[in-house]
Write a protein that binds this ligand. Structure first.
Ligand code: SAM
Length: 472
């Protein structure tokens, strides 16, 4: 029986409940009265449950779909303004003992070179990332208790935070490693991580078990309940995601929102972020051999429906997507993007020959961070290198209450402008810098409180003169 309060994976992600939801959505996909009622509820910015959101995802009425897209854009503007948070992945190791059928790091792949960074190599990678201008990383590693034990991850986090190269610093390390114990999550929390991100891959248990035939990740319940254990270990910012392409997208969408409802019900705080990766070509992986690939149009609809269903949850898109697709979904609700990424182990310091690549998947956006930053600003977005919330202890429900209080423009906008100014001073090309200075000048007027605005003006001048790391 479906029970969002249950701590059992198969009860808070109930298969029959999802099937009923999909049948209900299908039945009402042209039901203008119901769809209007749901859109009306979403307009109140209080979110939707999985069933309501599934009806919007299934909606086949063109004019209502336009309203859904327009509402997603408006909600995005209201909660996130035009700020886009920047990050980069850092691959520590591609040793892995799992058998995931979609991932080239699977154990049986004897062809891919295996590599694990030493602390010295991590230092070099982090300096390269700092020299690009990054302040926020997502750590990635395969699951291998012998080669990549938690102690290795913890030591790596310590190394990363300790590196102060020129004006550079990594100020927030998010972590995407395999499901683990409450005790381990507690240690990650103590090491000062930001968000703990774990993709479900698929919520469909039977498919999950088929796609993960061997290794610790094959345990559906252990994987699905990982965010609960992370919360119990004190990590109150957790990130969800599914790998679109593995199962029917409507099933995944309903499962994802049920998972968010579960976290909200049990811990009083929903997911900090939702990622929307799509399956990509990789070493011995051909996405064409999976049946459930989704078009760019459906992808955009999913992003829009997530935005209206969970307005307070950040949405992340990676360089798995092309610049064109990224541009489209930025308008609809994505709030964080990566730039200048490498998905190979040691990829920021070493150019690998293609035939001996350690990469997890092929990228569709190969631009440098500077190019991505300039591109965002040309579209009127403010690339933000802000990490203030987590450093000020505004995580979990404290972050959510900042969002809900509408104070974001007095807090996040100033922080975005100040961290962008740092980027412009230290890392930008002359053209990007000129573009950025104009953008900052034009955005200052959007800070509502006059006192805050004058503090920001003063701090921007001080950053211009060499000071760093101001925050609200
Ligand atoms: N080993 C960890 C785990 O078990 O969750 C870390 C995750 S892995 C480094 C990051 C994510 O990449 C996976 O969760 C998966 O969704 C995604 N991924 C794997 N193979 C992929 C592919 N071929 N295309 C796109 N994304 C892929």
């Amino acid at each position: 029986m479906y029970d969002k309060y249950s701590m059992k994976a198969e009860e808070f992600i109930d298969h029959q409940q999802i099937l009923d939801t999909l049948a209900f959505a299908d039945e009402h996909k042209r039901d203008a009265a119901l769809i209007d009622q749901i859109i009306g509820k979403a307009r109140q910015r209080k979110g939707l449950d999985h069933r309501e959101a599934s009806v919007l995802l299934a909606c086949e009425l063109e004019d209502r779909n336009e309203q859904i897209f327009a509402l997603a854009e408006q909600i995005k503007k209201d909660f996130y303004g035009n700020r886009i948070v920047m990050f980069a992945p850092l691959y520590l190791s591609n040793y892995c003992i799992n058998g995931c059928l979609y991932c080239p790091y699977h154990r049986k792949n004897k062809h891919i070179p295996r590599k694990k960074l030493s602390q010295e190599e991590i230092r070099a990678e982090v300096i390269a990332l700092q020299d690009m201008g990054h302040k926020r990383l997502a750590l990635e590693a395969g699951e291998d208790p012998v080669n990549n034990p938690l102690e290795y991850i913890l030591e790596s986090i310590k190394t990363i935070y300790s590196i102060k190269h020129k004006n550079g610093a990594i100020r927030r390390v998010n972590v995407n490693i395999a499901a683990t114990t409450v005790e381990d999550y507690r240690k990650l929390k103590e090491a000062g991580i930001g968000t703990y991100i774990l993709f479900q891959e698929t919520y469909h248990k039977e498919s999950y078990e088929h796609l993960h035939p061997t290794g610790p990740k094959s345990n559906y319940a252990y994987h699905t309940e990982a965010h609960d254990r992370a919360m119990q270990g004190g990590i109150d910012d957790v990130g969800l995601g599914v790998l679109f392409g593995l199962e029917l997208y409507r099933y995944e969408f309903a499962g994802l929102l049920m998972h968010a409802e579960h976290l909200e019900a049990v811990f009083g705080v929903g997911p900090h972020t939702i990622s929307v990766p799509r399956l990509c070509p990789a070493d011995d992986i051909d996405p064409g051999s999976f049946d459930n690939g989704i078009s760019d149009d459906i992808f955009a609809k999913i992003v829009a429906c997530i935005r209206v269903a969970v307005p307070y949850t950040g949405m992340i898109i990676s360089t798995r997507e092309s610049p064109k697709v990224r541009e489209r979904v930025l308008h609809l609700g994505v709030s964080q993007i990566s730039g200048g990424s490498r998905t190979s182990v040691g990829g920021y310091t070493n150019e690998e020959p293609e035939e001996a690549s350690t990469a997890q998947f092929d990228l569709s956006d190969h631009r440098t961070l500077d190019q991505v930053v300039a591109w965002l600003m040309e579209m009127g977005y403010i690339p933000s290198f802000c990490t203030a919330c987590y450093r000020e202890g505004r995580t979990g429900d404290r972050f959510m209450s900042l969002c809900k209080s509408g104070q974001i423009n007095n807090c996040c906008l100033p922080n975005a402008l100040m961290t962008l100014k740092e980027y412009l001073m230290d890392y930008a090309s002359p053209e990007t810098r000129a573009l950025g200075e104009r953008l900052i000048a034009s955005q200052l007027g959007d800070i509502p409180r006059e006192k805050t605005r004058s503090i920001v003006e003063d701090r921007l001048a001080r950053i211009g003169a060499g000071e760093r790391d101001f925050r609200f």
